[in-house]
Structure formats: structure tokens, C-alpha cells
Design a protein around this ligand. Structure first.
Ligand code: SF4
Length: 388
């Protein structure tokens, strides 16, 4: 595994930087194309080039006239991301990329490859960031320990998926050219989870705009049921999300079944205690008729006792939900250890006996610091070391 420090060159001054066209929503894109005297179908062609074909430059968009391409080039850039570090796990299942943004901020994106698993087809899942850093300070999370830097724009969110789709497309082309697979056997990006750096619902509008782009049938065409938005439990935004037109998945980071334990690891619990959060979750299920995924990171001797499992089962009793148990990925300076397999199995068994559906999340990318915020923390440490 190699790790290179991010480029320390200063970001260009704001006035010389062109905006990214990926930050425009569909209406704004149509408006910009019409301002250049072009008919509406040209904006549809441009949209398709960006999100279906994944063009990296305007020059590649040969369905557009040369003049339109050069006018776009004068006004916009395409990708707002620059890859600073790229790592692949030893088993080849997981890639992690540290991207540098135009102002020097760093964010992380993870690509996970899952093979056929029982009745589940092969999947390619991207885990994306929605903020640079995070203000919410969960004690088990490397990002939370680094503090909040800024919101990501819609284009910065979408561009992470476009980048990983290019990686997958290149791999698929090789397989097809080598005769190892047929075109309809190799998946592109099948799932996107908003579980990287940051709290997606604290960047609500930009997250929703990025979802509109990913879900658009003439573009990336990723079904809403394959998009999972994760939240630490922002109650007003969960209620707002219930009224959105998309059939999204909602994952709530619960991580403890009572206020005392939860407030110890998740400061947000003081603002939205468990009773309020669960009330919003029950209303969400009633409004949408969709199950909620509860994320529960298992921290050795902190929240993984049989008593915690029994309390969790009581809390979720009768709710349409699924619990994802995640043995913690210890951070270098973090205070938590991963529980033994035996402790995790007992926890699971108690939930199962209470009729609460649950799975232990398949571990991926441990050797490349795939946990949220870990790679950024490491790159910053290396950059500080390099600077002496
Ligand atoms: S777990 Fe999520 S919400 Fe909590 S600090 Fe980390 S990034 Fe923020």
C-alpha cells in the first residue's frame, strides 16, 4: 500500500476559478444552454454526455457543435475533484480515494465490490461524502474527531460517483475485451450510500440535488431504492425526508439503546434524545411504508452487552426495520476496541430471538483505512510530518 501526501500547492484564487457544470440542476443547465442561443434538446444532449457517458471534457462531447463546446469551456469546468491518493485493498474488493477540492479541502470516497452472494446479485457500491469534515463529533469516528470544514456542493457529491463509475467501466471493458465476461454480466455502480464524511441531512439541499442527478433516467439512472441516506438522527430533516418523492433508503445511526450510553458517544443525542428520534422514525415508516435501517457500531464493553441488546430489541419492537451491526474499525488514537466474535454473536442472538432482523456488516478495506475519515486523518498527519 502506498500513500502520497496531498499536493501542498495553494488553491487558485476564487476569481480565476470557473464554476463546475456539475453544480447546476437540470433547470439551470437548460437555462444556461438557452442563454447561448441553443434549443432545449441541446441541454438534454449535454446532460446525457455528463451523466450517462461520463464525459471528462467538453471536447469529448461530439454530439454538440464545436462552437457550443468551446462556449461551454469558456464558462465551466467539469469535475471539481482531483484525486490525491488512491488505494486498493489487498483482496481487490475495496478502493479508497482521497480527493482534493479546489480550496485544498480533502474528502474520502470508497468503492466496494461484492460478488454473487446467495440470491443477491453482484454489486458495486460507492460510499460518498457530503461534507468536508463533520461538526457532530461522534467519539468513535475519525471524521468527527477532525471537526467541520465546509459543505460539499451538489457537483462535488455527484463527481465522487462519476469517478468510481469510470474505474468500474474501465475494469468491465478489460473483462469484456479479454472474454472473461459478457456485457450484461458486469454491473456498473449499483448502489450509493451517503455514509462517508459528514452528515448528509445537515447538507440537505445539496444532498437532495445530487440524488435527483443520480436518479435521473437520462443520466446515471441509479434507482432510488439503491440510494441510502444515512443520518445521525436529525429529527426535523427525517420528517422532511419522509415527504420527498423518492423511494430512498434511510439509515439511522443509533449505536446505543438508551440516552445515557448514546450521549456518551454521540453528542447529537443531547439535542435529539432517543424518544424524539424514535417518534420521528415511527412516523417516517408510517408515512413512507418503508423500513428503516438502524446502524449499530459495536464497541467492546461500551454498548455491546446483553443488557444493551435487550434494550435495543425493546426500542425497536414492532417497527419495520433492519439492524446493521458493525464491529468498530478502531481508529489510531480512538478509545474503542472491536468486540470479540463471541460477544457480537451473543448480541445478535438476543436481537434475533426478539424478532429483530439484523446482519453483521461485511468488513471491507480494513487494510486501507476504509473507515470514514481515517485516510484523511492519515494524509494530514503525513503532510504535517513532511512539512517538518
Ligand atoms: S459518524 Fe457521521 S455524523 Fe458522526 S462524526 Fe462521523 S461523519 Fe459526523
Amino acid at each position: 500500500m502506498t500513500l502520497t501526501s496531498p499536493n501542498p500547492d495553494p488553491a487558485p484564487p476564487e476569481e480565476t476559478r470557473l464554476p463546475s457544470i456539475l453544480d447546476l440542476n437540470e433547470d439551470d443547465l437548460t437555462y444556461q444552454v438557452s442563454r447561448l442561443g441553443q434549443p432545449a434538446f441541446r441541454s438534454r444532449q449535454l446532460w446525457r454526455s455528463l451523466y450517462h457517458d461520463g464525459a471528462r471534457s467538453f471536447a469529448e462531447m461530439t454530439t454538440l457543435s464545436k462552437q457550443l463546446r468551446s462556449e461551454l469551456e469558456e464558462r465551466f469546468t467539469i469535475s471539481p475533484l482531483e484525486s490525491a491518493v488512491e488505494l486498493r485493498s489487498a483482496d481487490g474488493s475495496t478502493d479508497k480515494v482521497l480527493f482534493k477540492l479546489h480550496d485544498g479541502e480533502l474528502i474520502e470516497t470508497v468503492l466496494m465490490r461484492y460478488g454473487l452472494d446467495g440470491h443477491r446479485r453482484a454489486r458495486r457500491t460507492v460510499c460518498i461524502s457530503t461534507q468536508a469534515g463533520c461538526a457532530l463529533g461522534c467519539t468513535f469516528c475519525a471524521t468527527g474527531q477532525q471537526g467541520f470544514r465546509r459543505q460539499l456542493s451538489p457537483g462535488e457529491i455527484v463527481a465522487q460517483v462519476l469517478h468510481m463509475r469510470r474505474v468500474i467501466r474501465a475494469e468491465n471493458s478489460e473483462l469484456i475485451a479479454g472474454g472473461a465476461a459478457k456485457r450484461d454480466e458486469v454491473p456498473e455502480i449499483t448502489n450509493v450510500v451517503f455514509m462517508g464524511m459528514g452528515e448528509p441531512l445537515a447538507n440537505y439541499d445539496n444532498t437532495m440535488q445530487s440524488i435527483a442527478v443520480m436518479n435521473h433516467g437520462q443520466g446515471m439512472n441509479i434507482g432510488a431504492r439503491h440510494l441510502t441516506v444515512s443520518t445521525v438522527g436529525l429529527v426535523p430533516e427525517i420528517r422532511k425526508l419522509a415527504r420527498e418523492p423518492y423511494q430512498l433508503n434511510l439509515a439511522v445511526s443509533l449505536h446505543a439503546p438508551d440516552d445515557e450510553s448514546r450521549s456518551r458517544t454521540m453528542p447529537i443525542n443531547k439535542r435529539y434524545p432517543i424518544a424524539r428520534l424514535m417518534h420521528a422514525c415511527r412516523d417516517y415508516v408510517e408515512t413512507t411504508n418503508r423500513r428503516i435501517f438502524f446502524e449499530y457500531v459495536l464497541l467492546d464493553h461500551e454498548n455491546d452487552t446483553p443488557e444493551h441488546a435487550r434494550k435495543l430489541a425493546a426500542l425497536l419492537d414492532g417497527l419495520l426495520c433492519h439492524v446493521n451491526l458493525i464491529p468498530v474499525n478502531p481508529t489510531e488514537n480512538g478509545p474503542y476496541e472491536r468486540p470479540s466474535d463471541r460477544r457480537s454473536a451473543v448480541f445478535r442472538e438476543i436481537l434475533r430471538n426478539a424478532g429483530i432482523a439484523n446482519t453483521v456488516r461485511q468488513e471491507k478495506g480494513i487494510d486501507i483505512n476504509a473507515g470514514c475519515g481515517q485516510l484523511r486523518a492519515r494524509a494530514l498527519d503525513d503532510a504535517v510530518d513532511a512539512a517538518g
